[in-house]
Design a protein around this ligand. Sequence first.
Ligand SMILES: Cc1ncc(COP(=O)(O)O)c(C=O)c1O
Length: 378
Amino acid sequence: MLILPDYPWDALAPYQERAGRHPDGVVNLSIGTPVDPTPALIRDALAAAADAPGYPTTHGTAALRRAIADWYARRRNTTGLDPAHVMPTVGSKELVAWLPLLLGLGAGDVVVRPLVAYPTYDIGAQLAGAESVAADDLDGLDPAVRGRVKLIWVNSPGNPTGIVRGVDELASLVAQARSLGAVVASDECYAELGWGDWDGVGIPGILDDRVSGSDHTGLLSVYSLSKQSNLAGYRAAFVAGAPELMPHLVNSRKHAGMIVPHPVQEAMRVALGDDRHVAEQKDRYRARRELLVPALEAFGLRIEHSEAGLYLWATAGEDTWTTIGRLADLGIVAGPGTFYGEAGHGFVRIALTATDERIAVAADRLKVAAHATGRRAN
Ligand SMILES: Cc1ncc(COP(=O)(O)O)c(C=O)c1O
């Protein structure tokens, strides 16, 4: 029997209950689940494709694969991506979880994930029976471990930290991975949500011409429409690149029945052709961020990184659970940094995924609490 760790979010339940006792209601900023409506043009595309009596294609319709390749060219500085080398996935979480197994990894193989990371990279290694190692660069690894690295996960912009890796950093990682014969899988689902210096600037991905040198061998880009298009409920994502691996991934997924429903493929095709709804959604998150950042800082939290993505990575210089408790007393639920690895100690993750009304309520509560603390100190 394979026994995986308990689902970490269950540990948050007592704090959710504590926050729920706030007389003016809870503000849940713990999970990054979109709350704004799915854009009408995408819902219409789903409905228009509702008559789907036959089995859908695992590899994706030709029209969807063309739309994905065009999107990489338009939004990700990736030219020359052959539509044969892309495939839709049932959200990206399943691909993250199953990729090591689908690549044939197992005992003795090493999967590297970022030091502070989305937990599913580690789960994927465990599902395959491979060894999971947390490291932000390969130089620090024990040579015995380094020699066994078969898959390297990159997550830029990162969840939970919002760290963005630049072109040079990604290019040198690609060179290192190639010298080891390892695959790089780059999880890029927050790429459209750059802030500050990254606002309006294309965030580099692993297939970016400047990173890959237009050679996609050993490089997989993983992208999801959950966040940019409010499609988490549709399970709409894709993987692209690695011409030598893609036919095998498609074939394995055909055998395993890991197929995106046809109406969702159509919804994805239409979503990928429309940049306007993505910009509009980004504006909503920008406004929420601008309200929350000063309020959290007034409350005594220091925000680190958070250059892109849907989260604020923050610390009060105390134990994670103390901060989680103090926020719960204000009726605010945050994500514990410890859920993302040892290096997350002392941090909390604040998601921008609540309605404008709830975000304004949270900002007010934080400011009132900061003011009261200031008064007591004087
Ligand atoms: C880094 C990262 N990868 C993958 C996912 C999964 O996204 P999807 O909804 O496509 O499964 C998430 C979701 O929060 C994420 O933060």
